[in-house]
Each structure stands twice: as structure tokens, then as C-alpha cells.
Write a protein that binds this ligand. Structure first.
Ligand code: PLP
Length: 405
């Protein structure tokens, strides 16, 4: 992993004496700030189009806005129940039963969190003792690296195959006596891979044989294309009591700033997650939890339209990137295109900076999705209005880069 600088000292006046305060080393020194979020800051500075961070630049459904306003008007302003408003847990249990095919008791098995980001961190802190090994298929969503460091886990990064499917031999070898958890993310960020039932069943068997918990981040579960099917590993035989399924309202309902997500697990695991969650955040925003019930009441057509809209956006960006010389494939799910930039003769960091400064388009350097490597990749999101994508493509086409194909 990347290492941060540590121990910056500064003089401090105490009781009239000048002392020297020096920051002791801490676990925060073992990772850097998020490169994705840094790219957003750079993008704002250079007034670039932000195709780096995965958030929509279009509004959320009107039903959610109305419900959020009504919730504040009705004075839902105080702490919700720590593990989530009852109405929301009940609505989640019903939705998860039909969509994810998992039976959960809303009283014991659901914890509403501040986004899936908190759900993942609370899950790791609830499961991991320092020194436990956690398997992370690579490339991976940036947060999982620091999540392992913060929880004291030893990450075992397992490269995916060239087509981003599970490499069975490598995966099998990674499971040891010390393995406590495997982190899955399907549909996957950054690769767009949607893991098949067969791939998930292979991992499920390994989890059962080695008494390992699967922590599965499924926040793009409704964004899949070309007939690919989202499967929750927690619905497979033998996985009910050894899976933590993580979800979020952020991406499905275009409300990344609301910070409402959830962790689903059998009572034995959930009771631990709930304790960690309680002392980390107490709870997710109460008025927005009420509004999320309205999200879960949207008709099935909402989900079909969401996937169809993103399918169109995916094709706009894909065509634009191809035209500008980027090597890439159409993703199977989620809303990113993970490009190969090796033909441009520039590393990912330099290329990302050049793109922001000279073309006015921000992307994420590939190395932020790897423990080592990834300098030959850039990730672009298409979670934007069509006109934003059209303008970004126009700018990319106009970019003069030595080595441009
Ligand atoms: N997990 C994955 C795979 C993501 O891509 C993201 C955001 O981009 C998150 C989690 C963060 O989600 P949330 O807003 O629910 O914290």
C-alpha cells in the first residue's frame, strides 16, 4: 500500500514554556488520503468535468425529495434508533427478500449505517482481530485497503484473471488458517465485472471449508447490463450465517450525499456490527432514513429505467473513449469504464493530471485500485448527464498528447 508522511512537529506554548509537540506514529500513517476524493478536489480547482468520483450530476427521484422535505417538516430531527428506523428496516427486509432472496429479521439482522462506507468499516472492526488475514480480490475499490489497515487486518490481495473473473487457483491458495474474511464487490468497481453464480459458489465453498465470512459490497446491484444477473452470495446454500451483505441508497437512488447504507447479517454477527456502529456514529441521518422508505416504495419500473439509462450513458462514454484512443471494454455492471492507457506512453498519475489541466476532464489513476501496479489504467465514471458526457468526450478528443493513438 501507499505510505503517508508522518510525525510533523510544531512548537507549542505551555505554561509560558515553549515545548515541542510531535505527533506520534499512528495507524493513519499507513495509508494516504483517498485518491478518488483528491481527484474531485483537483477537478474543482481546475474547473474540470469530474468523471473521477462516482456520483450523479442529475437529481434524485422527486419522490425522495418530497419525502425528505416532509420528514424535516414533520420534525424527524432527533436520533433514530441506533440500528435504523423501524420503518426502514421493515421495508429493507421486504425488498431484500424479493430482490436478493435472503430472509432477514428486521429486529436483529439489519443495521442502517452512514453509507456503505461505514457498513464496511463497522463490519471489519466487528470481525477482525489484529493479525487476522482478509482476502481482497485485486483490483479493488480503494477504501478496502485503508479498511484493512484501520481494523488491523493483514490484507491478502489476490489478482483477478485478465478478464477480471475469479482466478480459482490463486483464490484457493490465498485461504489459510488465519483467513477471517473475504471482501467481494459485485457488480465491481472499478472493473465493471458482475460475478457469476458459479464464481460466487466457488468462493462460498472456500468460505464454508475454512470457516470464513464473506463481506460483500453490492451497492451497484441494480446497475447491470446485457442480461447479466446480480447474485448475492448470502443467498447461496450454507452462506446465510457467514455473510455480511452491504448495500446503500447512494447509487441506486442517486443520493450519495445522504449517507444512508446498511449491513445485513445473521444475529450473531449483526449484534457485533451494531455495537461498533453505535460507538462510531450512533446512527445514520434520521430524516433521510424516513425518506429512504419512499425510495423502497418506488415501482419495479424504476430499477429497469435506472439500468436502461446507465446503459445508454455507458455507450456514450465508451464511444468517446474509443474515439480518443483509449483501450477499453464495455462494463457488465456498475458505472465505470476501466481503461488501458499503456498506448499513451504516460503513467496514470501524470496522465490524470494532464487530463485535468489540459483537457479539463478528471479521471482516477488506476494505481489507486491496486496494492501494486495499475499505472497503466485510468477509471472514468459515466454517472453523469448525457450533455456532461458529450462535453467530456469532445474535450478528450481534442487533447493533444504525445503517443496518442
Ligand atoms: N463501495 C463501492 C464499491 C463504491 O464504489 C462506493 C462509492 O463509490 C462506495 C462503496 C461508497 O458508498 P456509500 O456512499 O454508500 O458510502
Amino acid at each position: 500500500m501507499k505510505h503517508a508522511k508522518s510525525g510533523i512537529g510544531r512548537p507549542v506554548a505551555a505554561h509560558g514554556k515553549k515545548t515541542f509537540f510531535s505527533v506520534h506514529p499512528s495507524r493513519a500513517d499507513s495509508f494516504t488520503e483517498s485518491v478518488i476524493r483528491e481527484m474531485t478536489r483537483l477537478s474543482i480547482k481546475h474547473k474540470a468535468i469530474n468523471l473521477a468520483q462516482g456520483f450523479p450530476d442529475f437529481p434524485c427521484p422527486p419522490e425522495l425529495k418530497e419525502a425528505a422535505c416532509a420528514s424535516v417538516t414533520c420534525d424527524h430531527n432527533q436520533y433514530a434508533i441506533t440500528w435504523g428506523a423501524k420503518e426502514l428496516r421493515d421495508a429493507l427486509a421486504a425488498r431484500i427478500k424479493t430482490f436478493n432472496r435472503m430472509d432477514l429479521n428486521p429486529e436483529t439482522d439489519i443495521t442502517v449505517t452512514c453509507g456503505s462506507t461505514e457498513a464496511m468499516m463497522a463490519s471489519m472492526l466487528a470481525l477482525i482481530q489484529p493479525g487476522d488475514e482478509v482476502i481482497v480480490p485485486e483490483p479493488f475499490y480503494e477504501n478496502y485497503g485503508p479498511d484493512t489497515q484501520i481494523s488491523g487486518a493483514v490484507p491478502r490481495y489476490v489478482p483477478l484473471a485478465a478478464d477480471f473473473s475469479i482466478d480459482e487457483e490463486k483464490m484457493k491458495r490465498a485461504f489459510t488458517k488465519k483467513t477471517r474474511a473475504v471482501i467481494l464487490n459485485t457488480p465491481n468497481n472499478p472493473t465493471g465485472k458482475v460475478f457469476t453464480k458459479k464464481e460466487l459458489a466457488f468462493i462460498a465453498d472456500l468460505c464454508i471449508d475454512h470457516n470464513v465470512v464473506a463481506i460483500t459490497d453490492e451497492i451497484y446491484e441494480h446497475i447491470v447490463y446485457d442480461g447479466h444477473k446480480h447474485v448475492s452470495i448470502g443467498s447461496l446454500d450454507g452462506m446465510h450465517d457467514r455473510t455480511i451483505t452491504i448495500g446503500s441508497f447512494s447509487k441506486t437512488y442517486s443520493v450519495t450525499g445522504w449517507r444512508v447504507g446498511y449491513a445485513l447479517a445473521d444475529e450473531a454477527i449483526s449484534s457485533r456490527i451494531r455495537k461498533i456502529h453505535d460507538f462510531l456514529t450512533v446512527g445514520a441521518p434520521a430524516p433521510l432514513q424516513q425518506a429512504c422508505v419512499a425510495a423502497l416504495n418506488l415501482p419495479e419500473s424504476y430499477y429497469r429505467n435506472l439500468a436502461a439509462e446507465y446503459d445508454r450513458k455507458r455507450k456514450i462514454l465508451f464511444a468517446g473513449l474509443k474515439k480518443s484512443g483509449f483501450a477499453c471494454e464495455l462494463p457488465e455492471g456498475a458505472y465505470y469504464i476501466f481503461t488501458d492507457i499503456s498506448g499513451f506512453g504516460m503513467n496514470d498519475m501524470d496522465f490524470a493530471k494532464t487530463l485535468i489541466e489540459q483537457a479539463g476532464v478528471a479521471a482516477v489513476p488506476g494505481s489507486s485500485f491496486y496494492s501494486h501496479g495499475g499505472e497503466d489504467r485510468l477509471r472514468f465514471t459515466f454517472s453523469k448527464k448525457d450533455e456532461t458526457l458529450d462535453e467530456a468526450c469532445r474535450r478528450l478528443e481534442g487533447l493533444e498528447i504525445s503517443g496518442k493513438r
